[in-house]
Write a protein that binds this ligand. Structure first.
Ligand code: CP
Length: 317
């Protein structure tokens, strides 16, 4: 695997899970595979989990790791082609990417949506340029429209906690004070749609996601119906995708916050969120502090998903 930006890059969810279980059985058995190999992690946006878990994964594989925060100490990078560079960006990615690639063997990139232009965001311009110009294996640490390492960890977590063969998994929109990309929700839908789970997406009118991600999922505007009998509640905020509202917050309706009353409608569902989470906006303290919350274990599985992906890439070197 030379590119990992979406579920299909790893084959199938079943294949991804096989790779994950192999990592879990013995995380250190492939320490020789990464010897004298370098992972470069490039962040255009902030991170806690992705940075630490991916670094830990690379270290488990015996790799060296370089981390670059583009917004802290690096030259600002121009990505537009044919532009007269008379602004505040002194370096073009056309040179910067091959230069960065010359210092490493594998590249991880985090680059969020800017939420100004749907066309630009959904073209995944930044990560596509790394794939085109670096000549190195490239994986997404969250792109403008997907967060595949997160979704991979989410599916691992559901498999570990599920009590029935075909659990009901509910992705619910929840309120947030800032406009957030659709990446986590898109990606979660993409992965869950490739499982046997019963999958329901619930959100207020106006927060519809792109059809290419929701595919066969049942969309339910009545959260009560969505929660009924659920085995997993996965909360996430996202801004509007459709029409002229792209990237906008339509409202912050707190009646969508995940609370104990809603969880009582479920079949003892587990609560999931990718983190960071805004307490008492997305989810009440009572729910996230309860036994049903598996968010920390979910985050710990980010090491497993990253390690499985990097290991497949090391095998191609
Ligand atoms: N879930 C996740 O990607 O967390 P970070 O933004 O902290 O990396």
């Amino acid at each position: 695997m030379r590119v990992f930006t979406k579920m299909s890059d790893i084959g199938t969810v079943a294949n991804a899970l096989d790779l994950a279980w192999d990592v879990k059985i013995n995380p250190f058995k492939d320490k020789e595979l990464g010897r004298d190999k370098t992972l470069l992690m490039i962040f255009f946006n902030s991170s806690l989990r992705t940075r630490l878990s991916t670094q830990k994964a690379a270290m488990n594989l015996g790799m060296n790791v370089i981390v670059l925060d583009i917004n802290q100490g690096a030259w600002k990078l121009e990505s537009e082609l044919g532009v007269v560079m008379d602004g505040d960006k002194p370096e073009h990615i056309l040179e910067a990417i091959p230069v960065m690639a010359s210092y490493c063997d594998i590249i991880g990139v985090r680059s969020f949506a800017n939420l100004m232009s749907r066309e630009q965001d959904y073209s995944e311009e930044i990560i596509s340029q790394f794939i085109r110009l670096s000549g190195k294996p490239v994986f997404s640490m969250e792109s403008a429209i997907r967060h595949p390492l997160q979704s991979y960890a989410d599916v691992i977590t559901i498999e570990e906690y599920k009590k029935v063969q075909r659990p009901k998994v509910v992705l619910t929109w929840a309120p947030h004070p800032r406009a957030l990309p659709q990446a986590v929700a898109n990606s979660f839908a993409e992965w869950i749609n490739n499982t046997e789970y019963e999958f329901v997406i619930t959100h207020p009118q106006g927060y519809e996601l792109a059809d290419e991600f929701t595919a066969n999922a049942r969309v339910e505007y009545d959260w009560k119906r969505a929660y009924e009998g659920a085995h997993f509640i996965y909360a996430k905020n996202w801004s509007a995708y459709t029409g002229n509202n792209y990237g906008k917050i339509l409202h912050m309706d707190r009646s969508w916050t995940v609370d104990s009353e809603k969880m009582a409608l479920t079949d003892n569902a587990f609560f999931m969120h990718c983190l960071p989470v805004r307490r008492n906006m997305i989810v009440t303290d009572e729910v996230i502090d309860s036994e049903s919350s598996i968010v920390v274990h979910q985050a710990s599985n980010r090491v497993v998903s990253a390690q499985a992906v990097i290991r497949e890439m090391l095998k191609t070197l």
